[in-house]
Design a protein around this ligand. Structure first.
Ligand SMILES: [Zn+2]
Ligand SMILES: [Zn+2]
Length: 96
């Protein structure tokens, strides 16, 4: 009779009355669709979805440095192009 809350035998950690087949991709905690947080790596519980600020900041910093270096290189290339273009125009127009 009262078997609607034990459909799969697994219930949400925060909502014991809600049966769910979803689990956190990181810690494996059973979570219901209401608690589920969509992350780039998959479904996560609210605890794992929180920004930790520990290891996660390192790759982003490196990425930022890489993008900065790439921007610098492209800026130098663009500067060189802009520096040489007028010279080419001048030399070709002087010949006439
Ligand atoms: Zn988790
Ligand atoms: Zn829940």
């Amino acid at each position: 009779m009262a078997s609607e809350h034990v459909l799969s035998g697994v219930v949400c950690l925060r909502h014991p009355a809600v049966a769910t087949g979803l689990r956190c991709a990181r810690c494996g905690t059973p979570i219901c669709p209401r608690c589920l947080v969509h992350a780039p790596v998959g479904a996560r519980c609210p605890d794992c979805a929180k920004p930790t600020g520990g290891i996660a900041t390192r790759p982003s910093l490196r990425l930022y440095a890489q993008s900065g270096a790439a921007g610098l290189v492209s800026a130098v290339v663009a500067g060189a192009l802009f520096a040489f273009l007028p010279l080419g125009f001048l030399s070709s127009s002087l010949r006439c």
